[in-house]
Write a protein that binds this ligand. Structure first.
Ligand code: OAD
Length: 249
């Protein structure tokens, strides 16, 4: 990568940071084979209409289609393995005096890579709840192949994945924690997000306005690169291990 000097600068900033906030998006899971949303070639949505699938309206209109789409994505996530980018962030957490990871991703690859202080801004595809009474619903094996969503054992309502759909609010406590960290950290690391979905996308500029240095890691320059003090162009699975190696040298 032609980033050698930026990598060295970023490593120096990470080494002297007392508290680090981190925001990840679908891009960090791309090298694990989990499709992103908007990448033209691999994006999930190249083949699906997100409004039809990730919304109350879509679920009401065709609960079976939505259920089967999420069962497919759950299987894709379960087959995936954390990549070196996920592992590097887990190592960075071990190293840093204070490190909080906010992910927009609904997969559990950060958990499986060993990260601990993880906040899911958009929920988790591996957890399920009733769409009516919100009671948690542990998925039964037979329900994975069912053509329709299971019925809530508490109220009989349709069960849905515990992810944030279009038009739904983010979990308030998680968003408050993210805003608190962005406002108080001294370094904010952004990896693999197109930065077009709010309120998650506001975090880097909030961090910068609050005096933090912002580093963006992405193969493509985008809105997040414009917000960053340092833009490291390349895949997370390459750049993040390089960053950790530079911190050790
Ligand atoms: P997107 O699909 O919008 O953006 C993926 C980003 O990852 C792009 O900027 C790519 O350039 C970048 N990328 C691709 N490969 C990469 C790699 N190997 N390493 C690093 N970056 C890479 O996904 P998000 O920004 O996460 O919300 O989308 C944000 C939200 O939009 C999602 O959480 C979802 C969707 O609405 C909900 O489902 C609520």
């Amino acid at each position: 990568m032609g980033n050698e000097s930026e990598i060295k600068q970023a490593a120096a900033l990470l080494k002297q940071a007392r508290s680090i906030g981190c925001l990840t998006g679908a891009g960090i899971s791309a090298e694990s084979g989990v499709a992103t949303f908007r990448d033209a070639l691999t994006g999930l949505w190249a083949h699906f209409d997100p409004q039809r699938l990730a919304s109350q309206e879509g679920f009401a209109q065709d609960p079976g289609l939505v259920w089967r789409w999420y069962m497919e994505r759950l299987q894709m996530v379960e087959r995936a393995q954390p990549n070196p980018g996920h592992v590097a962030l887990a190592q960075l957490e071990q190293w840093a005096p204070a490190f909080s990871l906010f992910t927009q991703n609904v997969d559990d690859l950060h958990e499986r890579a060993g990260s601990r202080q993880i906040y899911h801004l958009h929920g988790s595809i591996a957890r399920f709840r009733c769409n009516i009474c919100a009671v948690e619903h542990p998925l039964q094996p037979a329900e994975r192949d069912a053509p329709q969503p299971p019925a809530c054992r508490h109220c009989g309502g349709p069960v849905r994945p515990a992810v944030v759909w279009f038009g739904e609010l983010l979990p308030a406590a998680v968003l408050a924690a993210a805003r608190h960290v962005a406002s108080h950290c001294d370094l904010f690391l952004v990896v693999g997000t197109s930065g077009v979905v709010y309120p998650a996308a506001e975090l880097p500029s909030l961090a910068r306005r609050s005096g933090a240095m912002v580093i963006d890691v992405n193969p493509e320059p985008g809105p997040m690169a414009d917000e960053a003090d340092l833009f490291l162009q390349g895949p997370g699975g390459q750049i993040l291990p390089d960053l950790l190696a530079a911190m050790r040298s």
